[in-house]
Design a protein around this ligand. Sequence first.
Ligand code: SF4
Length: 390
Amino acid sequence: MKLRLHRYDDDIIKDLGLAFAFTNSERNALGCPKKWHFIYREELSSKRTSGAFAWGIAWHMLMEDLFNYWKEYDKVIYYNDPFFDSCFEKIEQYLEEEEIDPEEVLPDMRIALEGYLHRFGDIFSQFKVLEVEVPLRYPISDFKGRPFKTHLYLDEYEDRLEIAQTLSDNMIDVTMPFWVVGRADAIVQSRVTKEIFVFDHKTTGSINRFLSTCEVDPQLNSYACMLEWEKKHGSLQQYKHNKIGGIIYGMTSSGSTSLPKKLKNGTFSKAKSNKTPSWLYKKTVGDDESYSEHIMNLYDKVDMLWHCREWYPVDINSIKRWKMESYGIARRLGDMYRILALFKNSDTWVTPRVPICKTTGYCQFKQICISDNELMRSYFKKEKRIYWSK
Ligand code: SF4
């Protein structure tokens, strides 16, 4: 029997077999039980991809190609290299499929790529790319370090097993181990210390806002634990002698950049309020020395609003806490999936929470959360999250 997990079509995940696996996304969705219910119990997802989400996916596609290039050739590449033509074609096709006008995305993305390579294209001074798009696993264990297993009710069909939605004749009771799984955008190695790092691409509307919240991001410790496990027991044993340094977040703003303003006297504005990044400013003014100091200022103070790289070291105490929390999350998920199969009327799970919800504006389920009716539900599709088959 193979584990079939949404977005994880990797052999090492499928080969977990009759096991339950959850991701950081499922863990985060538990912050609102109603949202978790919509995604993981009812298996709903929005039919329309938001512009910000599509930008993030497109940027990941571009970075995947770029990091694969670095992995293979380990040399500098410029933003206007023909190598990127096929990447942008793939992105254009993806955006068209999502019914998003490529012209609203691609020009900004080309400028973002130029800035990214301007700031971080010098890979030789820092790290070497070892792996790209790597699935990672970690088996949940209890307080005594014993593998955690619990039972779930599954519906048995001819060709597959699914989480039971309600009491039925084909329901079976199966005890299974629990795993956390994730995907590292890349694994990179410091050229100086030889330590290895998980590299994660992030896109955000505001890098400053992202930086103020990511220290508590459970992804930091989950990546470290999963990488450690893969190194010792799993698919990355070729790196077993390399110490894990931590996580690197490569953050990119999805915002639009503006060119420097031309003043009436023919010069370009040096106003601080104008957030033109240095590479665009330089491109506009050319080699005119009178702007050199201003360009250096922009490099120091403005460029990081568009591209920023943060290194987070691994902290042993946080990792221990994450392991215990994950054990708690696994137990809670087991209980929830079981109770919901026995609980005839799951409406209680979807009673309005909006009065206490602080994130309504950002939640993709806000329409059906506020007014749950057929019309609102027509904006969502069903997407199988987890099942088991041959
Ligand atoms: S709108 Fe708020 S209460 Fe409703 S599902 Fe989303 S996060 Fe939960």
